[in-house]
Every structure is written in C-alpha cells, then in structure tokens.
Ligand binder design. Structure first.
Ligand code: 5RP
Length: 292
C-alpha cells in the first residue's frame, strides 16, 4: 500500500516538472511517440534541454581532416564533455567504443568529395536497418536548399523521415552552405523552416545575423553548426550568442577538435550550453582549464 502522503508529494512535484506532465522538453515534440521522445531525450539533456554534439563526420567528404587523423585518439579524450557523436558508421565501428553510452547522430547522406566541382550531390547512404543496428539516436541528412540538386536533397530528407518514423528515430536535417549558396538570415529562415516542414525533428544550421528570427520561425530545435575554425574566444562568443538567441545546443567539429586544447574547449562549450555560462567567463574557464 503506497504511503498516500508520499504519493501526493510525488504528484505535486511531478506537476511542477514539465518533463512528466506532457510538456516535453524538446521543442515541437509534444505529440511524438514514446520511442522518438526517448531518443530525443538521449540527445537533449532533460535538465538543460540542450545538447553538445561533437561533429567528426568530416572524413566522409574531406578524408583525414586536421585534428582527426587518428579518430580514436582525437575523440576518446572528449567523451566526458559531450553528449552526442555526430559521425559516419565507418568511423564509429572502426574507431569509437560502443560502451561510452553516448547518443549517435548517424551521418546518413553522402555522395561527393571535396574534389567534386559541385559538392551538393548527395543521396541516402545508410539503410534504416543499419541505423537501427548502430542504435542511432537520429539520422543526420544534409540538404542543399537552393542548389541545382535541391530536389534530390528534399527527397533525401523526406525518405529519411519516412524511414525514421517506422522505428521512432528522429532526423537531424543539416542545412548545407556550399560555395554558391547564400548565408543570409532570410536563406537560413527558408532552409530551416523547409526541413522542419518536411518532418526533420531537429535542424542544424549556421549562426547568422538576427539568429533569433531563424529560431522563432523554425518549429523544431535548432543546433548551431560550428563551421571553419575560429579563434577560441570568438567560437565561444558565437556559441553564447546562439544560445541566448534560442539555439538548443551545438553540433560542432573543428572549433573543438582543432582548438589548441580540445578538451578544455569541449568543457567551455558545455559550460555555456548546459550551465548557461557567459562567453567571457567561458573563455577564462577555457584558459584556466588549458593551463592545468
Ligand atoms: C556540414 C557538416 C559536417 O560535415 C561537419 O559536421 C561540420 O562540422 P564543423 O563545421 O563544425 O567542423 O555537417 O554541414
């Protein structure tokens, strides 16, 4: 027989806890099924509502990128300070321990290399069966909105959403910026909103002027892409500014693994994303951690 007072106390606590009352902690996800919500919760920390994804999928297009020459050595020191591996199945199977307990954003689109004139040609490159086998928390699919090949990109996103829905696996729609593609607020609003409307449950996009308006017009959570390596202080300021403007985390690669001290950088990024630290303190924290 449950202690009725204890039970009532638990209920009172539950009604103050948005995770338990149906007000799910991930934007736009209230009406999803249990498995999809469980996977989203492995990506977005239910306490902070945010995520630090470490992107190290660069090899699928660039080969052995600086800082990632030895995937095992580059990634293992970062395990403690990140929430999600964004990577290819080849990188994960060959070089990363499956015992870390980290969620996987599985890179599922591919199709061209840095040597190609037009890098916007991609197709779905992983079967849903293999994504399930890899225990993917989400399928990462890139879309080149505005490119001559946009119809293929849109098809890729829609096919991945259809396949993911069969198994409760969300799609991370990745907004690509190519050589000839725009990087304006208007472009990011268009591309992020399109991907969400096609059913992507999370969207990755770049920081831009008036990023808040991109967040506001996208009905699912945005994670900020890192992009080319910046000085550490600048990367932390960009992270803080995106979070202040409503991003729910980062999906960052080079600005972490190419930092002078990748572990200190991952800790500083996480302090902003999960701890709400401001960029000035985060940079001091980075320098301090780096010294030790
Ligand atoms: C491009 C990608 C990448 O391949 C990768 O994840 C980029 O990471 P970063 O630019 O932070 O080094 O998703 O959109």
């Amino acid at each position: 027989m449950p202690d009725i007072d204890g039970y009532n106390e638990q209920l009172a606590h539950a009604s103050n806890n948005q995770v338990c009352t149906g007000g799910f902690h991930v934007k736009g996800a209230d009406h999803y099924d249990w498995g999809m919500k469980a996977r989203l919760s492995s990506i977005f920390n239910p306490k902070s509502g945010n995520t630090v994804m470490l992107a190290f999928d660069h090899g699928y297009i660039m080969g052995p990128t600086t800082g990632l020459e030895r995937l095992d050595l580059a990634v293992s020191p970062l395990y403690d300070d990140i929430d999600v591996f964004m990577a290819t199945r080849g990188a994960l199977r060959s070089s990363i321990s499956p015992a870390t307990g980290k969620a996987v954003a599985l890179r599922c689109s591919a199709g061209s290399s840095v040597l190609a004139e037009d890098m916007s040609k991609e197709q779905i490159a992983v079967s849903i069966k293999d994504a399930v086998r890899m225990n993917a928390a989400c399928l990462a699919v890139q879309a080149f909105i505005g490119s001559p090949d946009e119809i293929q990109s849109i098809g890729n996103i829609c096919d991945a959403v259809d396949a993911g829905m069969d198994y409760g696996i969300p799609v991370l729609g990745v907004v690509a910026v190519g050589k000839q593609m725009e990087r304006t607020t208007k472009y990011f609003q268009l591309a992020t909103r399109m991907l969400a409307e096609f059913g992507a449950q999370i969207v990755k996009t770049y920081h831009c002027e008036d990023f808040e308006s991109v967040v506001n017009t996208c009905p699912v959570p945005l994670v900020m892409a890192g992009g080319k390596k910046l000085p550490e202080q600048q990367a932390l300021t960009m992270t803080h500014s995106a979070m202040k403007q409503g991003a729910r985390g980062v999906d960052m690669g080079r600005n972490i693994f190419q930092a002078e001290d990748p572990v200190a950088m991952a800790k500083a990024v996480s302090a902003i994303v999960h701890g709400g630290m401001d960029d000035k303190r985060a940079y001091e924290f980075y320098l301090d951690t780096k010294k030790r």
